[in-house]
Structures are given as structure tokens and as C-alpha cells.
Design a protein around this ligand. Structure first.
Ligand code: PQQ
Length: 258
């Protein structure tokens, strides 16, 4: 038998063929929805500041800061939703999404979700002026909320829609909030909480609609994974807002009365 041939220079440099990566199969609808719902553990319902809000241990100052800072979130939602619409080529989705803008802005001045949030701010002792001039706004809240709007402006529309899926978790929390706030802060009336009482059914409906859209349009495994990541990002946005609000101290806030 002849001795084995020494390797030629050609065979020495021929790369080992790389096996083509096969894309991971999409999750079943059931598994995908379970992954999304599983993120409820990161939702701000269990943030220590919310737990204190619900157990009735926030001072009037803390309640005012919560309302004034959340105003910033409420006030940018229509811009976030308009960004989603501007990035979406599907007429059916744009039509469906449009109602969110008019819900918050109202169809005329003096109505809509934003107006009801301002009424809540006044009920907890803030003037409209000190809410609108953002003097109480914590830098961390501004960063977190701006990051949310920027996400909607720059990411593919399905991801931006998926980031709004926190609404799936919020109906239940809002319902509890109304009961707990009425029981624990007797100076707050049912009418003062109109933002939440009006929002509960709307948010439950929107949460279901949004989930249907995400399941329909996130088809590949990659799209499903980015949708899960988008919802996780949004949970971080909300959590960071409450971290920043919890860090506010009465002495450091301009214009805070006792
Ligand atoms: O009171 C709450 O706990 C709560 C949570 C969330 C949420 O989870 O993002 C929203 C709202 N409220 C809300 O009122 C609202 O309009 C809303 C819009 C969105 C969104 O991401 O588009 N989230 C929420």
C-alpha cells in the first residue's frame, strides 16, 4: 500500500464547511402568549412604591409627586401612538390604533383621558400650572418615558405595539387601585378617580386587541423573541419611573408645599 500523501496546500486551507443555521421554529401561539404573560412578574404592580400606594401609607406629598410625574407618561402616550401609526403600513392596524390618540386627547378640549388625569392631579392638591410646567418631574421619569416614545419612533411597528402589552396586566391593578385608594385615602372621592374608572374597561379591551395583533404579525421566531424583549423593555420603563418617583424628597422639589 502506498504511503499516505502529505496534505496539499489546498487541502490544508480548505475551511471545514459551516453548516447552515436553520432558523428556530416559531413558538406555538400558546407558548408565545405564555412567554408574554410570564412577564407579569416584572410588571410595576409589585413595585414597592405601588405597594405603599395601595396599602395607604403614602404621604400627601408622595401622592402629589406620583400624580405629577405620571402626568408626563399620560401626556406623551398620543405621541407614542402616533409614532406607531406613522411606522405601520397596514391600514387595518392604523385604523384600530387611531382610537387611542383620541381617547387620551379627547375629541374636544376639556375631555379625554389626559383631562381626567389632570383632574386627579388637582384632587390630590396640585395646581394645573405646577403639573403642566413639569417642575416636579424627576429626571429619571423623563428619561424612562422619553425612552418609551423613542422606542416607538425607531423600532418596527410590531415591536412598538408589543411594548404596549403591559396593558394586559393593568386592568386588574387599576380596579384594585380604585378600591384601595377610596378605602385608604378618605379625602379622595370616587369622582376624583374617574381616570381609572373610565380606563379599566378600555384598557382590558385594548390589551386583548394588542395581543391579537402581536400574535398575528409576529410570525417568525425572531419576531416573537423581539416582541417578548419589547414587553420586557416596557416593564423596565414603568419600573424605572416608580424608582425615580420613590426617590423624590420634599426638600429637593421646587415649589413643594407640605
Ligand atoms: O394605571 C396603570 O397601572 C396603567 C398602566 C399602563 C401600562 O401598563 O402601561 C397604562 C395605563 N395605566 C394607562 O392608563 C394607559 O392609558 C396606558 C397606555 C399604555 C400604553 O403603553 O400605550 N399603557 C397604559
Amino acid at each position: 500500500m502506498p504511503p499516505p500523501k502529505p496534505p496539499t496546500s489546498e487541502s490544508a486551507v480548505t475551511p471545514v464547511p459551516v453548516r447552515e443555521e436553520t432558523p428556530e421554529r416559531p413558538m406555538s401561539e400558546r407558548d408565545f402568549v405564555a412567554r408574554l404573560r410570564g412577564l407579569s412578574v416584572k410588571y410595576w404592580g409589585t413595585h414597592p412604591f405601588h405597594l405603599r400606594l395601595h396599602e395607604g401609607s403614602l404621604s400627601r406629598y408622595e401622592l402629589r409627586m406620583w400624580a405629577a410625574n405620571r402626568w408626563y407618561y399620560q401626556s406623551v402616550l398620543p405621541m407614542k401612538d402616533a409614532a406607531i401609526i406613522s411606522n405601520c403600513p397596514v391600514a387595518e392596524v392604523r385604523r384600530q390604533w387611531l382610537g387611542r390618540i383620541s381617547y387620551h386627547d379627547g375629541l374636544t378640549e376639556g375631555e379625554g383621558g389626559a383631562h381626567r388625569w389632570l383632574a386627579l392631579c388637582e384632587a390630590v392638591g396640585l395646581t394645573r400650572e405646577e403639573v403642566l410646567d413639569e417642575r416636579h418631574l424627576a429626571p429619571g421619569v423623563r428619561f424612562a418615558v422619553d425612552a418609551y416614545v423613542n422606542f416607538a419612533r425607531t423600532k418596527p411597528w410590531v415591536e412598538a405595539v408589543a411594548s404596549g402589552l403591559t396593558e394586559m396586566f393593568s386592568g386588574h391593578l387599576m380596579r384594585r387601585r380604585v378600591g384601595d385608594m377610596l378605602a385608604r385615602y378618605p379625602w379622595i372621592s370616587h369622582a376624583d378617580l374617574a381616570y381609572f374608572t373610565n380606563r379599566i374597561d378600555a384598557v382590558n379591551g385594548e390589551g386583548r386587541e394588542t395581543l391579537d395583533l402581536v400574535v398575528k404579525y409576529a410570525r417568525t421566531r425572531q419576531q416573537q423573541e423581539t416582541a417578548v424583549a419589547a414587553l420586557s423593555f416596557k416593564c423596565d420603563v414603568l419600573w424605572s419611573m416608580l424608582d425615580a418617583i420613590a426617590g423624590l424628597r420634599e426638600t429637593t422639589t421646587v415649589g413643594a408645599a407640605s
